[in-house]
Design a protein around this ligand. Sequence first.
Ligand SMILES: *Cc1c(COP(=O)(O)O)cnc(C)c1O
Length: 212
Amino acid sequence: MEISNYYQIKKKLPLNVNLLAVSKGFSSQEIKIINNEGQNDFGESKFQEAIEKQYLLKDFKNIKWHFIGRVQSNKIRKIVQNFDYIHSVDSYEKLLKISNVSIEEKKNPLIMLQVKFSDDPNKGGFNTELLLEKWDHIKQLNSVKISGLMTINPKGLSSKENFKLFKKCRTLADSLNLYDCSMGMSGDWEEALEAGSTWLRLGSKIFGKRSY
Ligand SMILES: *Cc1c(COP(=O)(O)O)cnc(C)c1O
């Protein structure tokens, strides 16, 4: 890992844009190194892998854990117990369950709703129409705090196409009065930043090549 990569990106970010260090595929040792440079937000997408690292890092109290992977219904309780943020809530049913479990567990994870702006069968997420249709119900769930939307662009788009999809996310979030847009990965973060991302989710750009 090159710490200089981390600082190069940090330097380019305005104060209102957060950097989520996506540590999936990287070790607790690597997390410690950049935590030591002041990075507190870490994202994981595989539940079991995340739990193992959280255990190894349990004394690092300033770390905030973000779940960014597919939320499986049978893991919701454990995700609510162990993560400060959930970026990837992709259905109303799961949101409802998160809401109920959060009350039972007396937890208050910050939620982002995953939206898809292209027909990518491999990606989950609300489509815009469904989200708008459910929005009144969603707003009534006052036990969950929804801070924004999250999106993952398909691979292989041009810079212009990436920007366009990210802008759709920003526009939809604004129309719902939501502050956060979790968007931008190592290959498209500059377009996401330009389009109004508030959470860039960067893995390989910070840590180097992942083993899987
Ligand atoms: C892996 C992952 C990232 C980071 O990917 P990189 O290309 O390594 O930056 C971001 N978001 C999600 C949802 C991921 O699963």
